[in-house]
Design a binder for this molecule. Structure first.
Ligand code: ADE
Length: 234
């Protein structure tokens, strides 16, 4: 099997590279792709750089150039709902672009013609994550994750996003990866650990917790890899 694991920032994939230890580095399209051989499977790891455009390029490359058959995203997010605290893990059931706006033409926020407001994540991968969480007694939450090309550090914007999309968390890549994977028929899974509350303190909290939260997310994804491979070989 060929599996893609991506993040947006170096900190989000460093724990993965450390875990696997040995990898081949492929330079392509202004980015680096780290190819690991793991138990007879190929795992392609990359960080995309921040934002919807960069993450689209990376997800598309992993699928179209490296032929990855499933894609896992690991990283950090800002909490939208009050029950999510720094370090908590949230898996996306579905994703939307909160900054996609042609409401001037009467369309709902996040919608463009021939698209959909929400992109659904793969249910089988979410079930595997829930099994792992249960086995390891990890409190894994699920919910809607929304994406935009902006670091949200404003309570009014956050409240608008919460109300408009019923979102649990927000970040800057998930929904674009989701659109890419669904267009190319590749099952995907988006996991985030909370780094901040998308409020006026968000940039300080993000700087303080980026590394620790990124590792919480990466460690969880690593525990899923064997299960995904086993399910594939059944
Ligand atoms: N990723 C982590 N925290 C974020 C925030 N507050 N806004 C956008 N992306 C984020």
């Amino acid at each position: 099997m060929k599996l893609a694991i991506m993040g947006a920032m170096p900190e989000e994939i460093e724990p993965l590279l450390e875990f696997f230890g040995e990898y081949e580095t492929v330079n392509y399209a202004n980015n680096k792709y780290y190819v690991v051989n793991y138990k007879g499977n190929e795992i392609v790891i990359a960080y995309s750089k921040i934002g919807k455009v960069n993450s689209t390029i990376t997800a598309s490359t992993m699928i179209q150039k490296f032929a990855c058959e499933k894609l896992l995203f690991s990283g950090v997010a800002g909490a939208v709902c009050d029950s999510l605290k720094v370090g908590d893990l949230v898996v996306a059931t579905k994703l939307a672009q909160h900054d996609l706006d042609i409401s001037a033409f009467g369309h709902p926020y996040g919608f463009v013609p021939e698209g959909a407001v929400y992109e659904e994540a793969d249910v089988k991968l979410i079930d595997i994550a829930k099994d792992v969480a249960k086995e390891k007694s990890i409190n894994l939450k699920d919910g809607i994750i929304v994406t935009g090309d902006q670091f949200v550090c404003d309570i009014e914007r956050k409240n608008w996003i919460a109300k408009t999309f019923e979102a649990s968390a927000l970040e800057m890549e998930g929904a674009s990866v989701a659109v890419t994977c669904n267009a190319l028929n590749v099952p995907f899974f988006i996991l985030r650990a909370i780094s901040d509350a998308a409020d006026m303190d968000a940039s300080f909290s993000f700087d303080e917790f980026l590394k620790t939260s990124a590792k919480i997310s990466a460690d969880f994804v690593l525990t899923m890899v064997d299960k995904i491979i086993d399910a594939e070989n059944k």
